[in-house]
Design a protein around this ligand. Structure first.
Ligand code: SAH
Length: 390
C-alpha cells in the first residue's frame, strides 16, 4: 500500500514526527486491513518513510522508519537491541524492573514493553502494533530469553483503534500472581493482572530516589500512594513517619506488603484508604514532605479546565498542610496538561493558600522513558519539587 500526502504536509514527517493525521492524506493506493504497512510519499512522489495505517483513526499513520528498508523480524530486533543498550547504559544498579520500549520514544509506535525480572509485560496499543506483535515477541525472546511474556493491552488508544482489551500469555510461562522486582535496592511486588497499567509506575523511579535522599527525619505524606513506592524510599531514607493514602484497597494491600518486604518498621508507616481531596481537607496533621501523584485528571482535551480545577484544589490543600520550610513533590501525568499549564495552576494554588513557593527542580519521567524530540506529544509526566516559605 502507498499513501500520498497533501501538498505542504510532509514537513513534520521529514523532521521525524511519527504521526500523520488523516487530514494530511491525499490518496491511498492499494488495500489492506487496519494496521497494514504503507509506503508514505510526499505530494511530489518523493519517499518519506514506512509506517502502519489505520483508516479509522485520526492518527491515520504511525511512522516506523524514514529509511527505505524492510519492516521484518530483523528490523524489530534491531530496534529492541538499541533500546536495551540504552537501558543497560542508564539504569541504576540493583534494578530489575524497567521500561524496555516506550512507544514512539523508542521508534516503535504503539508498543510498551516493561521488564519485571524474568518476565515481560507488554502493551500493543494500535492495530499496527497488533499486526507486528508476533515479530515483537520473537525479538523479545531472542534478546532477553525471558521465562514468559504477558500481554496487558487496554485503554483509550486501543478503543480508538477499534480494538478490544487483550490480556494473556503471549509466550512461555504464565507469570505468578505477584512478580518481585528490585529498584535501587528496594523490593517491590508487581501485580501484572490486577495492577494499573502493566503493574508498576516505572516512570517515577528517579523521583522516588530523590525523595528518599531528602526524607531523613521528616514526616511524610504519600498522596495517591498506589503500591507505596515513594513511601518505601522515604522510609529507607530515614523518614520519621509516613502516611500513605490511596482510594484503592487492593493497591494499599500491596503497599503494605511492599513495606514489609523491605523490612521497614510497622509503627513508622500508616496506610489509609481515603479520597485524597477529603483527607487533605479534613486532616489536622501537618507534614514536612508531601507527594501528590494523582491519576490523570484530564483524559480528553475538552476536560482541560475541569481537570486543572482538580489539580488546583489538591495542590492548594497540600500547600496548606505543609510545615514552614516543607517540601512538595507534585505531579501531573495528563498528556493534555502542559508543563506551563501545570505550573500556572500550582501558582494559583499557592496564591490562594497564601504561601510563598520556590521551585527547586522540574521533574519528569525516568531515563527508560525516552521521548522522540520531534514528538512533544510524548511528554506526559510533569512534576515540580517545591519548597514553601514560613
Ligand atoms: N505514586 C504511585 C503511583 C500513583 S498512581 C507510584 O509511585 O507507584 C495514582 C493512584 O491514585 C492510584 O493508585 C489510584 O488508586 C489513586 N487514586 C485515584 N483517585 C484517588 C483519589 N481521589 N484519592 C486517593 N487516591 C486516588
Amino acid at each position: 500500500m502507498t499513501v500520498r500526502l497533501k501538498r505542504g504536509r510532509d514537513g513534520p514527517v521529514r523532521a521525524g514526527h511519527p504521526w500523520i493525521f488523516s487530514g494530511a492524506i491525499d490518496a491511498v493506493e492499494g488495500q489492506g486491513p487496519a494496521g497494514a504497512l504503507v509506503r508514505v510519499l510526499a505530494s511530489d512522489g518523493s519517499f518519506l518513510g514506512l509506517g502502519y495505517h489505520n483508516p479509522h483513526c485520526s492518527i491515520a499513520i504511525r511512522m516506523l522508519t524514514r529509511m527505505d528498508t524492510l519492516v521484518n523480524a530483523a528490523f524489530i530486533y534491531q530496534r529492541l537491541k538499541t533500546a536495551l543498550a540504552l537501558r543497560q547504559a542508564l539504569l541504576p544498579p540493583e534494578t530489575t524492573g524497567y521500561r524496555l520500549v516506550n512507544g514512539e520514544g523508542d521508534f516503535l509506535p504503539g508498543f510498551v514493553v516493561d521488564v519485571y525480572g524474568q518476565f515481560v509485560v507488554c502493551q500493543c496499543l494500535t492495530a499496527g502494533a497488533e499486526a507486528l506483535k508476533p515479530l515483537l515477541v520473537d525479538g523479545l525472546v531472542a534478546l532477553l530469553s525471558p521465562i514468559g511474556i504477558y500481554e496487558k493491552s487496554e485503554g483509550n488508544v486501543r478503543r480508538e483503534e477499534g480494538l478490544p482489551n487483550a490480556a494473556g500469555v503471549l509466550w512461555g510461562a504464565e507469570p505468578p500472581p505477584l512478580i518481585a522486582i528490585r529498584e535501587n535496592r528496594c523490593q517491590f511486588w508487581i501485580d501484572p493482572r490486577g495492577g494499573q497499567k502493566t503493574g508498576f509506575f516505572l516512570d517515577q523511579r528517579n523521583n522516588r530516589a530523590l525523595l528518599g535522599n531528602l526524607a531523613k527525619g521528616k514526616s511524610v505524606l504519600n498522596g495517591f500512594a498506589y503500591t507505596g513506592g515513594f513511601g518505601v524510599f522515604a522510609a529507607k531514607g530515614g523518614a520519621k513517619n509516613i502516611v500513605s493514602v490511596d482510594s484503592s484497597d487492593s493497591a494499599l494491600h500491596l503497599a503494605r506488603r511492599n513495606w514489609e518486604s523491605n523490612a521497614l518498621p510497622s509503627e513508622q508507616g500508616r496506610f489509609l484508604q481515603a479520597d485524597m481531596f477529603t483527607y487533605l481537607r479534613d486532616t489536622p496533621q501537618r507534614f514536612e514532605l508531601i507527594v501528590l501523584d494523582p491519576p490523570p485528571f484530564v483524559r480528553r482535551r475538552q476536560d482541560l479546565q475541569a481537570g486543572l480545577k482538580g489539580y488546583k484544589e489538591i495542590n492548594l490543600q497540600a500547600l496548606r498542610k505543609l510545615e514552614p520550610g516543607g517540601q512538595l513533590f507534585t505531579f501531573s501525568c495528563s498528556q493534555h496538561v502542559s508543563a506551563l499549564d501545570f505550573m500556572q495552576t500550582v501558582l494559583f494554588a499557592a496564591a490562594d493558600a497564601r504561601r510563598e513557593v520556590q521551585l527547586l527542580q522540574q521533574l519528569g519521567s525516568a531515563y527508560d522513558h525516552p521521548m522522540n524530540l520531534a514528538h512533544p506529544e510524548g511528554v506526559y509526566l510533569k512534576g515540580f519539587w517545591l519548597c514553601v516559605g514560613d
